[in-house]
Design a protein around this ligand. Structure first.
Ligand code: ADP
Ligand code: ZN
Length: 795
């Protein structure tokens, strides 16, 4: 880290006053020089001509690079900010990220802010008189009506009135991206486009800043329980690091704590009391990072109740405007606490004193496309730069963080007991027979099938052990609730063709299609290709097609058939697509209107339902089989986190795991819920095989539509490695290079892929070699793309 930081902080010498260095969002790994009438402070957004376009760049300061003779500099067109959008610290973070994650600075800066005012300003829409007529006929609000017109899934949009009391914007909506729909709508005559200006977006910001926080009334703040000894200890210890030094200046340096508290040990209450400490210092702010916030609305409610009026919340389901506004409250200091997913780590804080990362092991902190940063790691870096205390909390810390704690880089704080004093739920294994025939025949020997036939044949069910059904029924009769976890979404896993002896594949990807909607629809989970079973059957006369395996949809159906009295609801990412459904279902579950919630892993995360006493995990086998060195860690986390949802209040909890690999050591380790024991053996394995956290990895994916071209390139890459070994044997010896190899899923969306994985315990050597590689192959053949993933979370 220190190395990369030093690497990115460049020294400025001999600046030319009117030459401005600007970061422009472009894949080119460089910055650009523009002319400015007067010096522009770093962090201000500027409108600049770039090629044939005008783009929003970020001023970095006076340019120091020597200009080539005869270079014609262009002038910046407009300064878009009154005060810098990016603080000095945020700029420093951006530079570090740009170097560490090997991503162009301009793109990094763009990723850091929500697609802000410029985009927002471009597409303001208003209803025409005809549109207004149609709206009143439909008797809906303007916002609802526009939503209706757009189809809410397709477009990121927000309604002007939601901006608060801003009368000026009433009757307008902003559209994020879907230019096609906008055009269609304008054609229909129902809406007109109003070209907004960047000025307008700026006015909106200033208006928002004036929104005053509500006064804190102690009665409204919720009652703070008396802390348990372990909580008290953690709070006291971290407060020491938070407390400003005698002279009132902030802590001299940042400290990182790893808060390892078992599920139900009351980590949230620790966070709350730490934030209270932060609020005692005027102007100090706190950041709480949470995984996929839209999944845990309950968490934000707790904070909003305890800190009314001063909590800003951002999440991925929000529109750009709404997100921008929340961040403005942080920038203005009217909000003191920001809660959000990974991107919140870039928030515009005035004085950030505390960063909390809840469920720090969670995979959603890592962005997998574009800028592949890990929010948790950036949080640690930001803490360092801001001299803020950082707390990473988890019941199942990542191996990376745990190793950092063992090595003394982080301070380990442990909360080994639940606040209720109850033991962790008991976990039982229900062994399952290996195979039970092939699956369900969807349709045989019919040239003209009908959807009804397909369903009629769907009489098979999934293997759920009678002991599990019995436990679910008893639990319901006792008035308690249960969660059933299934590993994948969809109805059945895939459709197997007996004639071709393979699963029906996606035409664009080298993966089989998944059955949905009671085996009537086939979908690709990678490119979202859809087709019907009816069509597939028609295309294959004489073939026999068999639905193999099961997903959450079928599990729901089967449980409903076998437990007719139970009220069963399903929750998985297919359902969560509709943003309004999730909070509704969770609320219903909380109220006790649902007996059994069936779903995928999203159910295993963080929820606190006091009446849940039984957790069933229907299959961990698929997870264990992943060709990834983290498979063990993930399985352990899933089981322990899922178990953590049971028996949280004063009722004992129970977990049943059905598996064909009952004797697997990982499953057995998870049974004990002995994190330390698991971590010790897992770290031993990682060390022996030179895997992270003992090494760092950089994965580079090369993809393109043309296979021979890709293969030629791979041959060149192999030759490059041979040359490196000859030319720089010392360097080459320090870095292990795997590949180019064919990844488990070779083709996605018609693009063939190859991966090269660099790994080394020597970060500097790793960076030098991978950077040399990227430079050597900087000029790629047409349509070939290179994707860099630093510290990849899955291989
Ligand atoms: P974790 O995040 O560690 O799994 P939570 O923070 O969700 O656990 O706490 C579990 C439950 O215990 C919550 O309902 C919380 O309100 C409650 N709780 C936390 N601390 C205390 C305490 N000191 N006394 C009583 N109840 C507490
Ligand atoms: Zn596909």
């Amino acid at each position: 880290l220190a190395y990369a930081l030093a690497f990115s902080l460049r020294t400025f010498q001999g600046p030319v006053v009117n030459h401005l260095e600007v970061a422009v969002p472009t894949p080119l790994a460089r910055t650009f020089t523009y002319l400015a009438d007067s010096p522009v402070p770093p962090g201000m957004r500027v409108l600049v001509p770039f090629g044939r376009r005008r783009v929003v760049g970020v001023a970095l300061g006076p340019a120091q690079a020597e200009l080539e003779a005869g270079t014609q500099l262009k002038k910046i067109e407009k300064i878009l900010d009154d005060t810098p959008s990016y603080s000095e610290t945020v700029l420093a973070i951006a530079r570090w990220i740009s170097t560490y994650y090997m991503h162009p600075l301009g793109e990094v800066l763009r990723t850091m802010l929500p697609a802000s005012s410029e985009k927002v300003a471009k597409d303001l829409l208003a209803l025409t008189p005809e549109g207004e007529q149609a709206r009143s006929a439909a008797s809906t609000s303007e916002g609802q009506f526009l939503k209706l017109l757009f189809g809410k899934k397709k477009t990121e949009m927000s309604y002007g009135a939601a901006l608060g009391k801003s009368k000026r914007l009433a009757g307008e909506a902003t559209i994020g991206s879907d230019a096609f729909t906008v055009r269609q709508l304008v054609k229909s005559g129902l809406v007109v486009k109003r070209r907004g200006s960047t000025m307008r977006a700026r006015e909106m910001q200033t208006e928002e800043v004036e929104r005053a926080p509500e006064p804190l009334s102690p009665a409204q703040r919720g009652v703070a329980p008396e802390l348990r000894p372990a909580q008290r200890q953690a709070v006291d210890r971290i407060c020491q690091a938070l407390r400003p030094t005698r002279d009132g200046s902030p802590a001299a340096e940042s400290k990182v704590f790893l808060l390892h508290g078992v599920t139900g040990s009351g980590k949230t209450e620790v966070y709350i009391q730490l934030i209270e400490e932060v609020l005692k210092e005027s102007g100090h702010q706190a950041l709480l990072l949470v995984p996929e916030i839209s999944l845990t609305p309950q968490m934000t409610q707790v904070f909003e109740r305890r800190f009314p009026g001063i909590v800003a919340v951002v999440h991925s389901a929000m529109t750009d405007i709404a997100r921008w506004q929340e961040l403005q409250r942080i920038r203005a200091g009217t909000a003191r606490i920001l809660i959000g997913p990974r991107s919140a780590v870039f928030g515009p804080f005035g004085k950030l004193a505390l960063i909390l990362v809840d469920e720090e092991h969670d995979g959603s902190y890592k962005q997998s496309t574009g800028l592949t940063y890990n929010g948790r790691d950036v949080a640690v870096l930001r803490g360092k730069l801001e001299k803020a205390a950082v707390v990473l909390g988890s019941a199942t810390p990542s191996m990376e963080s745990y190793q950092n704690a063992l090595a003394g880089r982080y301070e380990l704080l442990e909360m080994p007991e639940r606040v209720t004093g109850r033991p962790l739920p008991e976990i039982n294994i229900i062994p399952c027979e290996k195979k039970r025939g092939l699956g369900t025949v969807v349709k045989a020997h019919s040239a003209r099938p009908h959807a009804d036939d397909v369903q009629a044949d769907e009489r098979d069910d999934i293997p759920i052990d009678p002991k599990i059904l019995e436990a679910l029924e008893q639990n319901r009769l006792a008035g308690r609730q249960a969660i059933v976890l299934v590993n994948r979404r969809g109805y059945a896993y895939y459709l197997f063709s007996l004639q071709e002896r393979q699963a029906v594949p996606c035409p664009n990807c080298s993966i089989s299609l998944t059955l949905h909607a009671r085996s009537t629809v086939l979908r690709c989970h990678y490119c979202d290709y859809k087709t019907t079973v009816e069509r597939i059957v028609a295309e294959r006369p004489g073939d026999t097609l068999i639905a193999v395996g099961y997903g959450s949809q079928k599990a729901e159906d089967c449980l409903a058939a076998k437990l007719p009295k139970a009220r069963i609801t399903r929750l998985d990412s297919d359902i969560v697509v509709d943003r309004e459904v999730l909070p509704k279902v969770l609320e219903k579950f909380r109220r006790g209107d649902i007996d059994i919630l069936v779903g995928t892993q999203i159910l295993a995360k963080g929820h606190d339902f006091p009446n849940v006493t039984l957790i069933v995990i229907l299959e961990v086998d698929q997870l264990l089989n992943l060709p990834d060195f983290r498979a063990g860690e993930r399985t352990f986390q899933l089981i322990v986190q899922a178990a953590g949802r049971a028996g949280r209040a004063d009722l004992p909890g129970k977990v049943l795991i059905q598996t064909v690999r009952a004797e697997n050591p990982l499953v057995l380790a998870a049974l004990e819920q002995d994190y330390k024991g698991f971590a010790a053996s897992e770290l031993k394995f990682r060390r022996a095989h030179e895997y992270p956290p003992f090494t760092r990895m950089i994965a580079i994916e090369i993809n393109g539509p043309h296979k021979p071209r890709l293969e030629t390139l791979c041959t060149q890459m192999e030759r490059w490695q041979d040359e490196l070994a000859v030319k720089q044997p010392n360097l080459a010896a320090k870095v292990r290079i795997l590949g180019p190899s064919v990844p488990p899923i070779e083709t996605i969306r018609g693009r063939h892929r190859r991966t090269v994985i660099f790994s080394s315990g020597d970060l500097q050597a790793l960076r030098t070699v991978s950077q040399a590689f990227v430079t050597a192959f900087g000029k790629l053949p047409p349509k070939v793309r290179l994707r860099i993933d630093v510290d990849p979370q899955s291989l």
